[in-house]
Write a protein that binds this ligand. Structure first.
Ligand code: NCD
Length: 309
């Protein structure tokens, strides 16, 4: 059993399947209860340490920990001693002194979650580190796809947009390829990382061709906050070539689904009518996020001290 969740690339197929199956178990366990809460992590403390903006990931981890009856402390860098120049190490040592059993961290620096493991005894869960990885997003995406198709093996997944700056893309490429899905990255050449030829994916610059036979279209936000240069001529041009609008949506085969990790920029990478269409599973992704994070917290934190429900 692993003690931290830092990267989707660390997960083998057996453990990743165990997470998805455990999330299914969480859904069943909760739906049978009047109070939608399990006593599994009673007495455990989970700290959410968020140095970057976040809505759904932070709330999702908080809800997941609370549904497992853990004590949850949410620490956002705004209004904390981080603004007074406190280092990540000193913050970690403070959390260690308070006895955190699990720390969920989002940080702008790639590798921050890994660093934390050297200073803490508890489990570290990476909720997004720079452009590196966001493993629970990939797990919830895999869970959502599996719930829809009953499998992941052999499915054709197009990941479209700002691959260069996307930790969601990196984690999804690692996890979905471990599960045997066939991935095509669709992006302008300027938004693809150097070295992408070594990834287990096909690459296409032409969204219309790539669309034709895919089962899943995963749209990504253009991460302007990570750009200090101009990567495409204009928003209009980007949208015309790489946006998912109703015309493109109509070309998908009947069972294909549309995903987006959020936050969406409606009208840019995805048209509002597509985001709200019957093919969109974007709201399911959010719902499933809580179940998958419950599964991860349970598997990492419920050691011998835990009482199973
Ligand atoms: C993503 C992230 O923060 O990496 N969002 C998320 O966690 N749901 C993607 C993004 O910010 O575009």
């Amino acid at each position: 059993m692993i003690s931290h969740l830092l990267s989707a690339a660390d997960l083998d197929r057996d453990f990743a399947t165990l997470v998805l199956d455990t999330a299914d178990g969480m859904a069943a366990a909760i739906s049978n209860r009047e109070v939608r809460k399990l006593p599994t992590l009673r007495g455990r403390t989970v700290v959410n340490l968020f140095y970057e903006d976040s809505t759904r990931t932070r709330v999702s981890f908080e809800a997941a920990a609370k549904r497992l009856s853990a004590d949850v402390v949410t620490f956002s860098a705004k209004g904390s001693s981080v603004n007074k120049g406190e280092s990540l190490k000193d913050t970690a040592l403070t959390l260690q002194a308070m006895g955190a059993d699990g720390v969920v961290i989002r940080h702008g620096a790639s590798g921050a979650a890994q660093r934390l493991t050297g200073w803490l005894e508890g489990s570290v869960i990476n909720a997004g580190d720079g452009t590196h990885e966001h493993p629970t997003q990939a797990l919830l995406d895999a869970y959502t796809i599996r719930s829809r198709f009953g499998r992941l093996e052999g499915l054709k997944v197009a990941i479209v947009g700002d691959i260069l700056h996307s930790r969601v893309a990196r984690s999804n490429v690692a996890l979905l390829s471990t599960f045997g899905a066939r991935i095509t990255l669709v992006a302008p050449p300027t938004l693809l990382p150097v070295g992408v030829s070594a990834w287990p994916v096909d690459v296409s610059y032409d969204f219309d061709t790539a669309l034709a036979d895919c089962d899943v279209v995963m749209m990504l936000r253009v991460q302007a906050e990570r750009m200090n240069d101009s990567f495409f001529p204009s928003v209009r041009e980007y949208s015309r070539r790489y946006g998912l609008d109703a015309v493109r949506l109509a070309r998908l085969h009947d069972d294909a689904i549309v995903m987006h990790p959020g936050p969406m920029i409606r009208g840019m990478e995805i048209a509002a009518e597509v985001a709200d269409s019957a093919r969109s599973v974007i709201v399911d992704q959010v719902t499933n996020g809580v179940l998958v994070r419950m599964a991860v917290l349970y598997l990492l934190l419920s050691g011998e001290r835990g009482t199973t429900a």
